[in-house]
Design a protein around this ligand. Structure first.
Ligand code: GH3
Ligand code: MG
Ligand code: MG
Ligand code: MG
Length: 319
C-alpha cells in the first residue's frame, strides 16, 4: 500500500507541469469600480477563470499568491495605489515581473499610453472599449504566455525525472553564492550518487533503471521542505541539493534524512553488495561565510566528500 501511495504521488508530480499548462488560464481584472469589473467578468468568464481586485493592494496579493493570474487587466486611476504603481511593483518582484499587463483606462492621452508601455505593459486600451477587441487582445497575449510557460519548463526541468535540471541548478547556485556573500549566511550543497547503479541496470534493465531514477528524484524533492531548497538532477544517476541558510550541522541532518528516505523506499536491488535495496551516498559541503565561497570550491568539496562516502562503504554521508 505504501508503494502504491508513492507511485500515485509520483504520477501527480509527473503530471504537475503538464497540468499547469492544460488548466484554464486565469485573468485578473483590477478596477476600483465594481460596475467595470462586473461587465468584464461576465464577458470573460466563459473562456477563462476570472479573478477580481478592486484595489492595487488586493491585485498585488493575488499576483503573489500560489495561483497567480496569467494576465492582468489593469485600471490606472484608482484611489490609494494607482495602476502605474501596481505595474512598477509587479515588475520589481522576481516572481511577478513576467506577468503580462494590459492597461485598461480612461486616460486617453498619448503620453499616458507611452508612460504605461515604457513601464513594461504589453498593451494599452482606452475606455470606452469594444469588448470584442479586448477579448481578441487577451486571447493573443495569452497564446504568447502559454508558449513562454512551455519554454520555461523545458529549460528548467529535467525531462526524465521532472525535477530541476543541471542548468537550473547552476543558475540557482550562483544566485545563492552571491546571496550568501552579501548576507554572510551559510550555504550548503549535497552531491548524491546512487550506489551500484550500473549493477541495477544490468540486473533489471534500463527502463527499470529510469523508473528508479524517477522515484529517487521524487523522494529527494519531496523530503526537502524549506522554500529555498532545491533538488536537481546533476546528470546520469547523480543528484544535487542546494540548501541556503544551512550550516554543516544542518546539511548533515538533511543528508541523513535523505539517505534514510531512499533506503525506506525499499526498491529491490538484489545484486547490490551494500544492501538488497537501492541506497545512496552523499557528500556535503558548506561555504564558510568568512571566506570567498566559489562555485568551484563548493562543488569540489562536495565531490571529495562523496568520494569518501563511497570509499568507506557507501549508503552513508560524508562531510
Ligand atoms: P557507485 O556505487 O560507485 O556509484 O557505482 P555505480 O555503478 O552507480 O557507478 P557508475 O558511475 O560506474 O555507474 C553509473 C551508471 O548509471 C552507469 C549508467 O548505466 C547508469 N545511468 C546513468 N544515467 C542513466 C539513465 O538516465 N538511465 C539509466 N537507466 N541508467 C543511467
Ligand atoms: Mg478607476
Ligand atoms: Mg555516478
Ligand atoms: Mg553510482
Amino acid at each position: 500500500e505504501f508503494k502504491n501511495n508513492i507511485d500515485e504521488k509520483q504520477e501527480q508530480n509527473r503530471n504537475n507541469h503538464e497540468s499547469s499548462l492544460s488548466k484554464r488560464q486565469r485573468v485578473l481584472i483590477v478596477d476600483d469600480s465594481p460596475l467595470n469589473t462586473k461587465v468584464l467578468e461576465q464577458s470573460l468568464s466563459g473562456d477563462y477563470d476570472v479573478l477580481v481586485a478592486h484595489s492595487g493592494m488586493k491585485a498585488l496579493s493575488i499576483a503573489n499568491s500560489t495561483e497567480p493570474p496569467d494576465i492582468i487587466l489593469l485600471d490606472i486611476v484608482m484611489p490609494e495605489m494607482n495602476g502605474y504603481e501596481v505595474c512598477k511593483k509587479l515588475h520589481l518582484n522576481q516572481s511577478t515581473k513576467e506577468l503580462p499587463i494590459i492597461f485598461l483606462t480612461s486616460l486617453n492621452q498619448a503620453d499616458s499610453e507611452e508612460y504605461g508601455l515604457k513601464l513594461g505593459a504589453i498593451d494599452y486600451i482606452t475606455k470606452p472599449f469594444s469588448i470584442a477587441i479586448v477579448k481578441a487582445k487577451i486571447k493573443n497575449h495569452l497564446a504568447l504566455k502559454y508558449y513562454q510557460d512551455v519554454l520555461k519548463i523545458n529549460t528548467d526541468v529535467d525531462q526524465l525525472t521532472n525535477i530541476a535540471n543541471r542548468r537550473r541548478f547552476d543558475e540557482m547556485l550562483s544566485i545563492e553564492i552571491k546571496k550568501s556573500k552579501r548576507t554572510g549566511s551559510h550555504l550548503s550543497l549535497l552531491m548524491i550518487d546512487i550506489d551500484h547503479f550500473k549493477l541495477y541496470n544490468d540486473t533489471y534493465g534500463h527502463l527499470e533503471g529510469d523508473e528508479c531514477l524517477r522515484k529517487v528524484a521524487f523522494i529527494l524533492k519531496s523530503t526537502l521542505k524549506r522554500p529555498g531548497d532545491l533538488a536537481a538532477r546533476w546528470g546520469g544517476e547523480e543528484f544535487t541539493c542546494l540548501l541556503p541558510d544551512t550550516d554543516n550541522k544542518g546539511a548533515a541532518k538533511i543528508a541523513e534524512l535523505l539517505r534514510i528516505a531512499i533506503m525506506d523506499l525499499r526498491i529491490l536491488h538484489n545484486s547490490s553488495p551494500v544492501k538488497k535495496v537501492v541506497t545512496i551516498s552523499i557528500g556535503a559541503a558548506t561555504s564558510n561565510p568568512s571566506d570567498e565561497a566559489s562555485y568551484e570550491t563548493l562543488l569540489r568539496h562536495a565531490d571529495d566528500a562523496l568520494y569518501k562516502a563511497k570509499a568507506s562503504g557507501r549508503n552513508r554521508i560524508s562531510i
